[in-house]
Design a protein around this ligand. Structure first.
Ligand code: NAP
Length: 253
């Protein structure tokens, strides 16, 4: 029997990452997902993937701590061997992240450092260190934000890191293409998750404002995103590379 392909998804315990993990599993892939603090939620995602008939494992990872990546990669290598009877995985989804809302004039160096570590340095070096475990012919999916195309007050630092990821995506696509690895970046619009304290979901004024500025007339839901990432984790998407795919329902167009 042909071995199922494997996706490694960071931040798979909740929100968009969980939705991606389940959507990927529905396409017949096995999943290694990571969590930062919410181990039980991550175990729950594992159970839901197993209920779909796929294999899954959850590993702790702080993407803001690049020094820990060597150990994390060693742990992934061991899991691949023991649980999946293989040495490589096929798709890396750099999803994990947080939001810090602060005006440009008031952004502290501490908040800037936190954001740059989680949203840029983390995915940069995690991907670099994962390269030996990433199969030739596989793919990388980075996650940006609509906020890298349009500006809303309060996201100067966060959106700048996402802009950096969009540039990095092009370089990764160019330099990894010789290994048959495609690299794309998905940019969700505002989606109802815990992100940024759950503001898009829980603040009805903000929710209504975003809906009014969105061509399809509502705010996004996790289900709007997972399937797009899952498609990019299939052979049907093999000829797509270096693309920014915005999934925002037409926000601020
Ligand atoms: P979320 O619901 O708050 O979930 C965040 C996920 O990231 C959780 O799995 C969390 O793990 C993990 N995480 C947080 N900090 C981490 C760290 N330092 N190291 C490792 N993992 C960490 O957020 P979301 O809405 O799903 O966001 C996922 C991605 O989409 C982020 O990159 C975000 O920037 C992007 N995005 C979101 C929106 C939106 O409106 N929601 C829009 C555009 C882009 P634990 O559960 O263990 O804490």
């Amino acid at each position: 029997m042909l071995q199922s392909k494997i996706a490694l998804i960071t931040g798979g315990s909740r929100g968009l990452g969980k939705n991606m993990a389940l959507a990927v599993a529905k396409k017949g892939l096995n999943v290694i997902l990571t969590y930062n603090s919410k181990k039980e939620e991550a175990q729950q995602t594992v159970k839901e993937i197993e209920a779909l008939g796929q294999k899954a494992a959850a590993v702790q990872l702080n993407v803001g701590d690049a020094k820990s990546f060597e150990e994390f990669i060693a742990e992934v290598a061991a899991i691949l061997k023991v649980k999946f009877s293989t040495e490589k995985f096929d798709y890396l989804v750099n999803n994990a992240g947080i939001g810090i809302h602060a005006a440009f004039a008031e952004t502290s160096m501490a908040d800037f450092d936190t954001l740059v570590n989680i949203h840029f340095k983390g995915p940069f070096f995690l991907t670099q260190q994962a390269l030996p475990l990433l199969a030739d012919g596989g793919g990388i999916i980075n996650i940006s934000s609509g906020l890298a195309r349009f500006s809303l007050p309060g996201y100067a630092a966060y959106a700048s890191m996402k802009g950096a990821m969009e540039t990095l995506t092009k370089y990764q696509a160019k330099e990894l293409g010789s290994r048959g690895i495609n690299v794309n970046i998905v940019a969700p619009g505002a989606i109802e998750t815990d992100f940024g304290g759950g503001a898009v979901r829980d603040n009805s004024q903000l929710n209504n404002f975003i809906a009014s500025q969105t061509a399809l007339g509502r705010v996004g839901l996790p289900d709007d995103i997972g399937g797009v990432v899952a498609f990019l984790c299939t052979d049907d998407a093999r000829w797509i590379t270096s693309q920014r795919i915005e999934v925002s329902g037409g926000m601020f167009i």
